[in-house]
Design a protein around this ligand. Structure first.
Ligand code: HEC
Length: 132
């Protein structure tokens, strides 16, 4: 009996893994794209400790998944370059600031901060409905 339960659990796990893999959206940053450098800047400066993307990360600053859709480039540049009273000035060179803005624009195209329950598929993935 135990063997049957364990085998069916294992089979369910394998089937689910295959389904998630097949249905997942594969939006990868193309090699050579400046957004890749931006991702490195994001990681190196630990922006994730204060900000969320795709709903994951710290809560000191706002979620930045769709920030590129609601703020213009100048606004993003000013915040990232100089900080504010609450956001630190990370002393980033212009090259890094521009790269991280490109990365935030890419993130905006690939996800939503808030996903409507109706858009979630039975596999747990959801439709992006955005053109890159
Ligand atoms: C110590 C925590 C902290 C870190 C680290 C941090 N931020 Fe922030 N960030 C904040 C806070 C807090 C705010 C809100 C500031 C305000 O409104 O005065 C903010 C605001 C922003 C905004 C403007 C958001 C808006 O609504 O207009 C952007 C863009 C941003 N951060 C990007 C970044 C990037 C990119 C990095 C990494 C290079 C980073 N932040 C690192 C705390 C942080």
């Amino acid at each position: 009996m135990t063997r049957i339960i364990l085998t069916s659990l294992l089979l369910s796990f394998c089937c689910y893994t295959v389904l998630v893999y097949l249905y997942c959206d594969t939006n990868k940053i193309p090699p050579g794209d400046i957004a890749r450098n931006g991702w490195a800047v994001w990681q190196k400066n630990n922006c994730q400790s204060c900000h969320q993307v795709y709903g994951l990360g710290g809560y000191m600053g706002p979620d930045l998944t769709n920030i590129a859709a609601v703020r213009d480039r100048k606004h993003l540049y000013t915040f990232i370059k100089y900080g504010t009273g609450r956001m630190p000035n990370l002393q980033l060179p212009d090259e890094d600031v521009n790269a991280v803005i490109e990365w935030l624009s890419w993130v905006n195209k690939t996800g939503e901060t808030k996903v409507a329950a109706s858009a979630v598929r039975w596999t747990g993935t959801y439709s992006i409905n955005k053109q890159q």
